[in-house]
Each structure stands twice: as C-alpha cells, then as structure tokens.
Design a protein around this ligand. Structure first.
Ligand code: IDP
Ligand code: MG
Length: 160
C-alpha cells in the first residue's frame, strides 16, 4: 500500500440524500473530530459529463442511470480532507457501499439504509484520490494551512 505522508488528501462527496436530510454538518463533524483537516469545501451541482468520468467504473451497470439521476437531484458538498493515511481512514469511517449492512459506528451504518442513497462518496485509493481532487477542485481552491490541533492528533514522529 502506497501512502503520501501527513499531506495525503482524499476527496469526499456528501451526496444529495445528505444535503436533503440535513446531514452535511453531522458528516463533517465526524471527520473534524477524527482529526482530519478540511482543506477544500464547497457546494456543487454535478452534470452528466463529470459523473460519467467519476463513475466510469459503473457506467455500464444497469443501475447507473438511477445513480446519475440521484447525483444530479440536488447539490452535493465537495470536501477535500488531509491527514496521514486519510484515504484509508475515510473509507473505514464510511463503511461498505450497501448502507443497510454497514456496521454501526460507520457513517453509512449510522445514517443510511440505501444502496444508491448511501450519503457519501470517498476516494478508494491514493492514486484515485489525486485524480478526484483534481476533478472537483481547482488548485487554488485547496487551502494549505497549519492546524495547531496536529500537535495532539499525531505524535512527533508521525508529524514528519
Ligand atoms: P463506493 O461508493 O462504496 O466506493 P462503488 O462500487 O464505487 O461504491 O459504486 C459507486 C456508487 O454507485 C455507490 O456509492 C452507490 O451509490 C452506487 N452503487 C454501486 N453499486 C450499486 C448497486 O448494486 N445498486 C445500486 N447502486 C449502486
Ligand atoms: Mg467507489
């Protein structure tokens, strides 16, 4: 497994079901209290072109049209998070795709019942995270800054 150190980034989409159900704050709260740093944050309306690129791996599946319709049904919150091994940390926090079998304690396990309506997207590898951050954010929308909390989130050797 390849990791990118303390500046590793991942791309999260807080999906239309979360926006409609008022769960954006709850989902962001979980990442903030975990110790992850928010370095990009905005609302966006997604279109067919960006979804076809983002979901290329499922574009031929029979359920894809309903995923596309759902993802365009309202704005999404687009978030870039940073932290050591944060791609894997976020995937663990999300839980598996099918929310109703996601373990309690995970975001999908606690907040959702759906397969399509599963409240959140998170990059599944460091390589895909780089592509996805670049897909949804302009370089100037990623804001680098020091977070004083890091002194207590990571030990000295993990901050290098
Ligand atoms: P992931 O979001 O857990 O990484 P992927 O396999 O990348 O899951 O699928 C992308 C999205 O497509 C899922 O989050 C889900 O919303 C939707 N999806 C995937 N498989 C199914 C399915 O079998 N039925 C309905 N929707 C699905
Ligand atoms: Mg995926």
């Amino acid at each position: 497994m390849k990791f990118d150190g303390i500046n590793e980034k991942t791309l999260v989409l807080i999906k239309p079901d979360s926006v409609q159900r008022g769960l954006v704050g709850e989902i962001l709260r979980r990442f903030e209290t975990k110790g992850l740093k928010v370095v990009g944050l905005k609302l966006m309306r997604l279109d067919e072109a960006v979804l076809r690129e983002h979901y290329a791996h499922i574009a031929e599946k029979p359920f894809y049209p309903s995923v596309e319709k759902f993802m365009m049904s309202s704005p999404v919150a687009v978030v870039c998070l940073e932290g050591r091994e944060c791609v894997d940390a976020v995937r663990l926090m999300m839980g598996p795709t099918k929310s109703r079998i996601a373990p309690p304690g995970s975001i999908r396990g606690d907040l959702a019942m759906g397969y399509g309506c599963n409240v959140i997207h998170g990059s599944d590898s460091v390589e895909n995270a780089k592509l996805e951050v670049a897909r949804f954010f302009k370089p100037e929308e990623i804001i680098e800054y020091d977070k004083s909390e890091y002194l207590h989130v990571y030990s000295e050797d993990e901050r290098e």
